[in-house]
Design a protein around this ligand. Structure first.
Ligand code: ASP
Length: 398
């Protein structure tokens, strides 16, 4: 049986066992099963900084010139922004049809404490590390990327024998990282089962049913975006059939679904893109880490769906201008969203605030956020990979 089939089987099994166990089984599951899941995700996280850093340095040195990097960088960010804006519009459209929250008696609970309003320039400010070791210690991906880029450029500029020693060294390190990731993935079915079981047991039908319309809207929006936009991108821009694209991505998608973390899925996504989709190491190591932090199409869909939902629940009709503003702030907010579980909920506050929707709505969404996060994270990382295959083809056709 191949690995993705095993992971899928584990996923299905965890849903069945979780529903049977329910809240009664929760203490046992939390005590004995959940920590095994955490150990698995920690193993993957352990590899984020080493694999991003070493493979990016190698990727840079194999690019050979900085002009090429500028070109790849510009195209990557442009496609990322474009797909994100489409995602929010799809979120709106689906929510417009399903109308989550209409006629509900959910009422307002107490809003969770929202952190200081996120400030967009901070994303750019935080990109430059004042102390790269500190950034790596904190697994801050963007500053780590920037540092790796400088090391790469430095190596190219030094050139000659001395540079070759480093190129070989980092190349060997990157290879070791990929081997370790492959080893960790062998136990992925167990990890996925143990991660998902507590979620299913805790969020049984009781929690999910009242907000089913939001979950359905999120899932349908995610599906339309993935099947529509990514299939077209895979076919037209990436030279892959949609089936081979999604098949190649299946492991990473399931890990994203269970972990709800783009950053946590990054090592697996990098492995899948290189081994199954044939994306070069230089493109993978640049496009994917950037995407894991900047490109969040699933989160963008969520912003669209939740704004409509909250507007419906509180009976505030959304105007066309407000929708335009949501697309704008939602795109920016999704850039500022960290690739960790629950980050999108905090950024949703920024979007709601920008159009004057009640922040109390957050409390309603918070209860099911984990489930919504599963869908959005899966879309998020799939979007990164779709852009990676597109950029890879553009570079190969050069
Ligand atoms: N959990 C998402 C991710 O890591 C971010 C979010 O909460 O929207 O991709």
């Amino acid at each position: 049986m191949n690995l993705s089939v095993k992971i899928f089987a584990a996923l299905v099994l965890s849903v069945i066992v979780g529903l049977i166990a329910g809240e009664a089984g929760l203490p046992f599951i939390k005590w004995w099963i959940a920590p095994i899941g955490t150990m698995f995700i920690n193993l993957i996280k352990m590899m984020i900084v080493p694999v991003v850093f070493t493979s990016l340095v190698v990727g840079m040195t194999s690019l050979g010139d900085t002009k090429k990097l500028g070109r790849i960088g510009f195209r990557t960010v442009a496609i990322y922004l474009f797909t994100t804006a489409i995602a929010i519009i799809i979120g709106f459209a689906v929510a417009g049809v399903i109308q989550p929250g209409v006629g509900s008696e959910l009422g307002a609970g107490t809003a969770p404490k929202v952190k200081d309003a996120p400030y967009i320039m901070k994303v750019f400010l935080d990109m430059i590390p004042t102390n790269p070791i500190d950034s790596m210690a904190k697994a801050a991906i963007l500053p780590t990327i920037v540092f790796a880029l400088f090391i790469g450029v430095g190596i190219i500029k030094v050139g000659g024998d001395r540079a070759q020693i480093l190129v070989k060294f980092f190349d060997a390190c990157a290879e070791v990282c990929y081997k370790i990731i492959a080893m960790i993935m062998e136990i992925a079915p167990i990890g996925v089962f143990c991660l998902l079981l507590p979620v299913v047991a805790a969020n049984g039908p009781k929690v999910l049913l009242p907000l089913l319309s939001v979950i359905v809207a999120m899932a349908v929006g995610g599906l339309i975006h993935a099947v529509g936009v990514y299939s077209i991108m895979a076919k037209v821009m990436g030279g892959h059939s949609p089936i081979s694209f999604f098949k190649g991505m299946s492991e990473a998608m399931m890990i994203a679904f269970t972990t709800c973390s783009s950053a946590g899925t990054l090592p697996v996504n990098m492995k899948n893109c290189q081994e199954k989709l044939g994306v070069s190491r230089e493109v993978t190591s640049f496009v994917l880490p950037l995407g894991a932090t900047l490109n969040m199409d699933g989160t963008a869909i969520y912003m669209g769906v939740c704004s409509v939902f909250i507007a419906n629940v509180f009976n505030v009709p959304l105007t066309f201008e407000q929708m335009g503003l949501i697309v704008l702030t939602g795109t920016i907010a999704s850039i500022g969203t960290a690739g960790v579980p629950g980050a999108g909920l905090i950024m949703l506050a920024m979007v709601l605030q920008s159009v004057g929707l009640p922040l109390e709505g957050l409390a309603l969404v918070a209860g099911i956020d984990r489930v919504l996060d599963m869908f959005r994270t899966t879309v998020n990382i799939t979007g990164d990979a779709a852009v990676a295959i597109a950029i890879n083809k553009m570079e190969a056709d050069k």
